[in-house]
Design a protein around this ligand. Sequence first.
Ligand code: NAP
Length: 280
Amino acid sequence: MTITIIGIGLIGGSIAISLKENGFAARIIGVDQSQENLDKAVRRRLIDEDMDLGSAINESDLIIISIPVNAMLQVLPKVLDLVENQVVIDVGSTKAELMESVKNHPKRKQYIGTHPMAGTEHSGPEAAIPNLFNNKTTVICDAEQSKNDAVELVEKMYNSLEMRVLYMDAKSHDMHTAYISHISHISSFALALTVLEKEKDEKTILDLASSGFSSTVRLAKSSANMWVPVFQQNRDNVLDVLDEHINSLSKFRTLLIKKDFDKIHELIEQSNDIKRILNS
Ligand code: NAP
């Protein structure tokens, strides 16, 4: 199978490595707005060659769009205009706005909205790694709006990446990801800003950074180009979760002011329940 990947960064590049390695793809073509990234992708052998969008689509059986979610709003309809019978998927972190934007496109049934729930805080083709997706979950959204054989092909592709496939409607996907992914990024960005503001001496941060601080603040290294469009498209859900999070922070603040350490003990024990959910 020949596969075109549009956006050969962390996610597109990691998909390329694994699909080539497991034999699902015989040939991978890269399309990207950055020639520098394409050159790096060829040098790292993530892709076999790069092409302009029209030629790449003509040569391909499957097209994977892996660019920031705001750019997808322009690129997905353009790709659907150009395809004949090929299958098109996107791997964006938000789904409802994009899927709504193409709901009346005549080629809608050839498109499947997906979200492989795996990533790191790094970006670009140099961040692409093998096995990023192993044993993780991918979400396929509103599958009933796509052709059955297209859904089967995409499911096969994700199974070849050793991913579990979950089906969900796009609105529920966006609500759930606000809880499990988007809020942790906002909270990490905010924590990094707090510490940078309070601790002007960067060397002290480095010297004292324990594994707890580093792991909590790791997501604050993530790219603004990728995350701002996610917050823009999922604003309402993220605001709901953020309000809940601010409530929790306020609870700790009030208890500290009142020196109510028994209640703080109780809250921490309640929060430990997350172990049960994550280990189940
Ligand atoms: P990335 O590493 O920054 O890669 C994106 C690539 O797309 C870059 O090479 C970028 O070029 C290029 N690009 C941007 N706009 C483009 C356009 N209009 N046309 C063609 N190429 C374009 O980003 P990523 O982390 O792989 O994210 C890609 C997608 O996966 C996003 O939709 C994101 O929501 C989703 N996703 C991300 C994660 C994660 O943890 N990072 C996890 C799951 C899903 P420039 O460098 O010039 O901008």
